[in-house]
Ligand binder design. Structure first.
Ligand code: XBP
Ligand code: MG
Length: 239
């Protein structure tokens, strides 16, 4: 196998494997109500709040916008409680069939596995959310499809920090030049690029306006994207 040949695909989760953010938004608002907060995030607000990766970090940023004098440490316990409530609601929404994989995702996962590539996940979301999303389309043994998973539990420094991508590269035991990332957001692109990784962007309504200048390519979704196409793009990027 040529030294730089494509050996692994690394998938982001939210917005990439599936368009999850409207379900996340509903879960945040229902958690606020259950926790007695009079907050309601509109879709427009959430479009901007998504500039902050990580649900807990997003709640803190919003609270600090409401109260610039907020003592972040003093409210961290309450944020953790709100976020735990949100995660339970989100998991139930996904388990109820609210979210499906984006077009082309499952086909590419199967094609890559059949071609002997390693698959990995690098996300800022919470581990239970990954399981809830993938158990349906990939079955109970969904975890076996992935040689490495980096998430909010393994990488506390959230995108655009490269920590989760550096962790996944180490776990894959592959150089960045033999891997390709599939992402949806500028934070994700920045994190992957900082880890030396070529990144294909699949856009969605929450990220269409983002700066994707450093992307290998930008496509609307994976419907027209084959493994051969990814190899070509990755070879051109390495050249
Ligand atoms: C997107 C995120 C996550 C989700 C919410 O993750 O930034 O925070 O919006 O999930 P990805 P949590 O890196 O997969 O695009 O509330 O579990 O953080
Ligand atoms: Mg994403």
């Amino acid at each position: 196998m040529a030294s730089g040949a494509l050996q692994a695909l690394i998938f982001d989760v939210d917005g990439t494997l599936a368009e999850t953010e409207s379900a996340h938004l509903e879960a945040f608002n229902r958690a606020f109500a259950e926790q007695g907060m009079d907050w309601v995030w509109t879709d427009e607000m959430y479009l901007h709040l998504l500039d902050v990766s990580g649900g807990k970090e997003r709640i803190l940023r919003y609270w600090q916008q409401l109260d610039p004098a907020l003592d972040a440490q003093a409210v961290q316990g309450q944020i953790d409680q709100i976020h735990a409530c949100k995660t339970t609601i989100y998991e139930n929404l996904v388990n109820s069939g609210r979210v499906s994989l984006r077009p082309g995702v499952l086909a590419l996962i199967h094609e890559a596995r059949q071609a002997g590539l390693k698959l990995a996940i690098a996300t800022t979301t919470t581990p239970v959310n990954i399981a809830a999303l993938l158990r349906g389309p990939l079955g109970e043994h969904w975890r076996e499809h992935f040689a490495a998973i980096g998430d909010a539990a393994t990488a506390p420094l959230k995108k655009p920090h490269p920590q989760v991508y550096l962790q996944v590269l180490a776990e894959l035991d592959l150089p960045a030049c033999q891997c390709l990332v599939i992402e949806d957001s500028s934070n994700g692109l920045r994190a992957a690029t900082a880890a030396g990784l070529a990144t294909l962007i699949t856009t969605n309504r929450y990220t269409l306006h983002h700066d994707f200048g450093d992307a290998l390519r930008v496509v609307p979704d994976l419907r027209q994207v084959t493994l051969a196409q990814l190899r070509d793009w990755q070879n051109s990027w390495r050249a």
